[in-house]
Design a protein around this ligand. Sequence first.
Ligand SMILES: [Zn+2]
Length: 94
Amino acid sequence: MKFFASDDWKCPKCGTENYIADSVNEIVPNKTVRELEEENIDVPFECDNCGYKEVILVGYNEEKDRFVVDYFGTKLFRNCKKEREQILKDANLL
Ligand SMILES: [Zn+2]
């Protein structure tokens, strides 16, 4: 199976650059090619440094042949506390 490269994710709380490629590659095999091409995928992750929990949205970028972090989409989830809590619960992070 192909291993997909991924951007690191910069924790919004402490600024640490977290290596998320392993987490991305755990999720990718469960997705169809169409899903990978057309949709962002959710990557539940906990910051290695401070423990900040986030469901990171990443999308496959064909040009770069790697997953890139959709900070804008991820940030939307953070803005509403109630929605953020629900998303973390659904991802088994809470
Ligand atoms: Zn952090």
